[in-house]
Structure formats: C-alpha cells, structure tokens
Design a protein around this ligand. Structure first.
Ligand code: FES
Ligand code: FES
Length: 162
C-alpha cells in the first residue's frame, strides 16, 4: 500500500493506506484523532470541519492521496497550539465556547469551532471585522439547535483573537 505523509497538528505523520481513502477515515480510524466527527461523509453536515494550511476544509471529502508532504492538517486537538497554548490551555474560541456554555450534545461543536476560527481569520485577512452576513455563511449543522449561542461565542472569541 502507498505511504501517505502529511503534517498533522504540527508533526509529520506517515500512514500506509490507498490514495482514495478520505482523510476523515485516516484521521479517525488509522491515527486515532477523533475530534473531527463523522456526520454525513459527503461534505454536507460539516461535522468533520478541520483546517488545511490554515483554512477550513472537510476531510470526509478529500482523498488522502491529494495531500502533500508539506500540507498542514489541523484538527480541534491541535487548535490550542496554533496560538501557542500549552497543556490544558485552550484557544480563545474554545474559551468563549465554554464561557457561553454553547454545547448541548456536543457532537457538532468541534467542527463549529474550527469553522469559526477559520472564518475569523478569513475576514481579518480581508481587513474586516466579522459581520452578521459572515455568521450566516457558516453551514455547519447543529441538530440540537445551538445556533444563537454559537453566533454569540464566535463574536466573543473573535474579540479575544487579537
Ligand atoms: S462528515 Fe464531513 S461534512 Fe459531514
Ligand atoms: S450540540 Fe448537538 S448537534 Fe450541535
């Protein structure tokens, strides 16, 4: 089987797996990284949202063979380290989530947080602050209906991401 190498949460990883296996299954089943959740498997629910090279992507829809050795995949497990937080410290967006008690069952929440961080970074690159329209653009499904708290937490987390 081919060897696939990419950077996962700051460290190079190599796995023996066919090119056409989707990254979500490589993360969850072969590497034991279970923050990205399996909801639909077809790029609709966004439960698996993670980052590739700092931008949001849905690993259920990307073949592992399409990742290069230098591609950086970040999951919720690696998010705190992106702001230099060590050990039990959390990313500011995770802190905002806890302060507003956003999660209900929790299943969609890693994907929601990863989508939120990517969105804040995107609007900052564009030289803007986050708007209601930006918040409307998030497509991550929450079956528990926590959308109002998610929106409040993104605004709070964005203020802390300075
Ligand atoms: S599991 Fe990836 S988008 Fe639904
Ligand atoms: S908190 Fe249950 S699916 Fe979102």
């Amino acid at each position: 089987m081919p060897k696939q190498t990419f950077i996962l949460n700051g460290k190079p990883v190599t796995v023996d797996v066919h090119d056409d296996v989707r990254v979500l299954w490589v993360l969850r089943d072969l590497l034991g990284v279970t923050g990205p959740k399996y909801g639909c498997g077809i790029n609709v629910c966004k439960a698996c949202t993670s980052h590739i090279n700092g931008k949001a992507f849905n690993p259920c829809s990307v073949r592992v063979g399409d990742l290069g050795r230098t591609d950086k995949v970040t999951t919720i497990e690696g998010l705190p380290a992106t702001v230099g937080a060590k050990g039990r410290d959390l990313h500011p967006m995770q802190e905002a989530w806890l302060e507003l008690d956003v999660a209900q069952c929790g299943y969609c929440q890693p994907g929601q947080i990863m989508a939120a961080v990517a969105l804040v970074k995107k609007v900052r690159r564009e030289g803007r602050e986050i708007s209601e329209k930006d918040l409307d653009s998030i497509r991550n499904i929450c079956r528990c209906g926590t959308y109002v708290r998610i929106r409040e937490a993104i605004e709070k987390g964005a203020r802390a991401m300075r």
